[in-house]
Design a protein around this ligand. Structure first.
Ligand SMILES: Cc1cc2nc3c(=O)[nH]c(=O)nc-3n(C[C@H](O)[C@H](O)[C@H](O)COP(=O)(O)O)c2cc1C
Length: 166
């Protein structure tokens, strides 16, 4: 049975995700990064996380070449970064964005991200038109638990925020 691609996107768009910017550093020291919603926790022992980039993504090619990456989990105050890092037409998405190198891999940690996870690439698995990238967690941090931190969420093609129920 063939699945219509529009229907596929629409149905899967009903599964809400968080929004991250996955970053790395090119060999010439310049930063690279893109918006990724397919980020997931994978394993505690060993500590592994994963995400799924398109096989033909230039930015994924650059991150793969770097051999390491940092996952920046965005808060609602960073909605502009979600679109900025999703458009390949924006050639210098880091322009005007404050960041500092992560402690182990030197990948960009974006200012005011609500959490970040510094990783080395453990394995890249073929998964149709995407790769499933497994990262080994080397270092990680989150904002102060007392601080207000509202995660940016993506649902049916739109951004929103978290509301507590129950
Ligand atoms: C909320 C959101 C989530 C996204 N998640 C993914 C993802 O999980 N995998 C992916 O390949 N692209 C994802 N994208 C699209 C990429 O950010 C976009 O295609 C990429 O930055 C283009 O880079 P390129 O120039 O290397 O093709 C997402 C975009 C948005 C707005």
């Amino acid at each position: 049975m063939s699945i219509d691609s529009m229907k596929f996107r629409q149905v899967l768009g009903h599964f809400p995700t968080g929004v991250t910017v996955v970053t790395a550093t090119n060999a010439d020291g310049t930063p690279v990064g893109f918006t990724i919603g397919s980020f997931t926790s994978v394993s505690l022992d060993p500590p592994l996380v994963g995400f799924l980039p398109m096989v033909d993504s230039d930015r994924w090619a650059a991150i793969n070449a770097a051999g390491s990456f940092c996952v920046n989990i965005l808060g609602t105050h960073q909605a502009d970064l979600c679109w900025r890092f999703a458009k390949s037409s924006i050639e210098a998405p880091f322009e005007g964005v404050a960041w500092e190198p992560s402690p182990i891999t030197g990948s960009p940690v974006l200012d005011r991200a609500i959490a970040w996870i510094d990783c080395s690439i453990e394995q890249v698995i073929e998964a149709g038109d995407h790769h499933f990238v497994l990262g080994r967690v080397l270092e990680m941090e989150h904002v102060d638990p007392e601080a207000e931190a509202n995660p940016l969420l993506f649902f049916r093609g739109q951004l929103g925020d978290f509301r507590k129920h129950g």
